[in-house]
Design a protein around this ligand. Structure first.
Ligand code: ATP
Ligand code: MG
Length: 350
């Protein structure tokens, strides 16, 4: 059976960057089937809904989902719709339908692009971190919450099952990288972190004895991730801590156009660049497709078990970033020229 990838190009620069990613996938995996569906503003225009039934149906039995970007400009008429009918609610519905509980964000300073990083070049050089964030649990979702008069509370709750499933993904990813996992918590203050730390440790001892595991407090990681980023390989943490740390770390590579992501659950994985729809440059052919292309590489690695093809794409992107940088990187290349450079680099290593 050929593998099927649902492609949701979405709005703004989504179609441009996703188009580039699909071209690259076709080059390394010619047997892949692509199923193009609607989401976000373009779905609203066509069907009145940001996450139409046809899109939901297409997810059934799909192997992976490649997503572009969703949303319109500030003054978009979509923003006048009720919240549940706006483009962004399509994204939430999609994540919910896929049940993705792990968000993976690689933070990599590309060789030759150290000057883009806000860190000193000697610190930025070689940074290669994978942040694995729990996405469905913790304080954002727990129903034990209230605001009443002058008192309010939320609850950070995790179960062993939730901790183990996210930690497994971190250990598995570390096994393909440098073999080191840093689990981030606040175990000096929080019971929920005590359980987190206990369960991650037990899992490592039981099933991943070859992986090196250490534990650090989130406040300390917030300092060290910028002061000493080279110390990290894989970081695994709960939802709230991961939200903050992953945005902090996203600044390190120096451009939003360099940040891919994967969201994994028990079914099809979801792959998307972390940048938004960038309405200011949409349709102009100048968007940097690197993040979308690297997201496609993650798709091959995590959903299709093609790590070699994924590594080839990452290598070709690194090369194209050096030879053919786009405008956001201080270069002049168009989306098409950059994509051609990636395809060319792939051809040479075939
Ligand atoms: P949204 O509301 O969908 O997040 P946005 O306007 O906030 O849209 P972002 O994608 O967050 O857009 O981008 C912020 C800035 O970075 C924009 O000015 C945009 O042009 C630029 N940018 C983002 N992604 C890219 C990219 N892939 N290539 C080039 N420039 C980009
Ligand atoms: Mg934005």
């Amino acid at each position: 059976m050929p593998k099927r990838v649902v492609v949701l190009a979405g709005d703004g620069i989504g179609p441009e960057v996703t188009g580039a990613a699909v071209q690259v996938l076709q080059e390394v995996a010619p047997d892949l089937q692509f199923d193009h569906q609607l989401i976000g503003g373009v779905a609203i225009e066509a069907t009145g809904e940001p996450f139409p039934e046809a899109t939901r149906q297409a997810l059934q039995g799909a192997d992976a989902v490649l997503l572009g970007t969703v949303g319109g400009p500030q003054n978009s008429p979509w923003n006048l719709l009720p919240r549940h009918l706006r483009p962004e609610s399509g994204l939430l519905a999609l994540r919910k339908a896929l049940g993705v509980y792990a968000n993976l964000r690689p933070v990599r300073v590309q060789p030759g692009l150290e000057h883009l990083s806000p860190l000193k070049p000697e610190l930025a050089r070689g940074v290669d971190i994978l942040i694995v964030r729990e996405l469905l649990g913790g304080i954002y979702f727990d129903q034990d919450r209230k605001i009443e008069g002058s008192v309010a509370y939320n609850t950070m709750r995790y179960t062993t099952l939730e901790v183990e499933r996210i930690a497994k993904i971190a250990f598995w990813a570390a096994d393909q990288r440098k073999g080191r996992v840093t689990s981030v918590d606040k175990a000096n203050v929080l019971e929920v972190s005590e359980l987190w730390r206990r369960d991650v440790t037990a899992l490592q001892q039981r099933d991943y004895p070859g992986i090196h595991l250490n534990h650090e407090y989130v406040d300390s990681v917030a300092m060290l991730i910028v002061a000493e980023p080279g110390r990290y390989d894989v970081i695994v943490t709960e939802n709230l801590f991961g939200d903050i740390l992953s945005d902090l770390a996203a600044v390190i590579p120096g451009s939003l156009g360099l940040m891919p992501s994967a969201s994994l659950g028990d079914g099809a994985g979801l792959y998307e660049p972390i940048h938004g729809s960038a309405p200011d440059i949409a349709g102009k052919g100048v968007a940097n497709p690197a993040a979308a292309i690297m997201s496609a590489a993650m798709l091959l690695r995590h959903s299709l078990d093609m790590p070699h093809a994924a590594a080839k794409i990452d290598g070709a992107v690194s090369q194209a970033l050096r030879t053919t940088p786009t405008r956001d990187l201080g270069g002049r290349a168009s989306t098409t020229e950059f994509t051609e450079a990636v395809l060319h680099a792939l051809g040479r290593t075939a």
